[in-house]
Design a protein around this ligand. Structure first.
Ligand code: 13P
Length: 247
């Protein structure tokens, strides 16, 4: 059976002191995890976390990456830069980037492609808004978002991680029910199977108000291979409980 992946998305939170305390609390509370674990930190702190998490069971992730290799792209961070700090994963196409920074499906696909080419695993986020769900468009939206990434990446798709994050469940305390989440995960799995012979080894994470209380039920679903956790990843005991639930 493939290992589950529990990834924390710290978003724009933290600071030198808080990061150190959180990383130390996580490392102190983590025996040998049965699942893969990662934390996706703000770019300025990757160097700090590279040191704090060195030789540990917690992999380092970034929250975004440039689709460009290098050059005149003010504010962007390249895959080569991430590699220098030991980054294993990069979230791409988070709904907050799509919403506040106008990232298109094509831009997200290009970022995934750039990450894959550098040996960084893109965590490709897809998810519908509340209005889209209410209009019965959930499947159409997530399939369109994933199709762009499949189209741009061909057989390399087997190296990605997908995260289904319904926008209405992010930071709202409203979690998709395990059945609602499983339903969409099954759709995504079928789409991946149609594109790759290795679709069953692609981890499809659920994200959106996953917490210590609801993680076990969500993670018990057949196509939920882990979680992408925002708020609860900032509290060591909660994140550790979620990791234990994935064991
Ligand atoms: P919350 O867990 O805070 O709802 O955030 C989910 C998320 O967006 C992870 O990427």
């Amino acid at each position: 059976m493939k290992k589950k992946l529990i990834a924390g998305n710290w978003k724009m939170n933290g600071g030198l002191a808080a990061n150190e305390a959180l990383a130390k609390a996580l490392l102190g509370g983590l025996s040998v995890p049965a699942c893969n674990v990662a934390v996706c930190a703000p770019a300025p702190y990757l160097a700090q976390l590279q040191v704090l998490l060195a030789n540990s069971a917690i992999a380092l992730g970034a929250q975004d990456v440039s689709a460009h290799e290098s050059g005149a792209y003010t504010g962007e961070v390249s895959v080569a830069m991430l590699k220098e700090f030991g980054v294993r994963y990069a979230i791409v196409g988070h709904s907050e980037r799509r919403q506040y920074h106008g990232e298109t499906d094509a831009a997200v696909a290009a970022k995934a492609q750039r990450a894959l080419a550098a040996g960084i695993t893109p965590i490709v986020c897809v998810g519908e808004t509340l209005a889209e769900r209410e209009a019965g468009k959930t499947e159409e939206v997530v399939k369109r978002q994933l199709a762009a990434v499949i189209h741009a990446n061909g057989h390399c798709i087997s190296e990605i991680v997908v995260a289904y994050e319904p926008v209405w469940a992010i930071g709202t305390g409203k979690t998709a029910s395990p059945e609602q989440a499983q339903q969409v995960h099954a759709v995504l799995r079928a789409q991946l199977r149609a594109a790759s012979d290795h679709a069953d080894r692609i981890a499809i994470l659920y994200g959106g108000s996953m917490n210590a209380a609801n993680a076990a039920q969500l993670l018990a679903q057949p196509d939920i291979d882990g979680g992408l956790i925002g708020g609860a990843s900032l509290k060591a005991p909660d994140f550790l409980t979620i990791i234990a639930a994935a064991g």
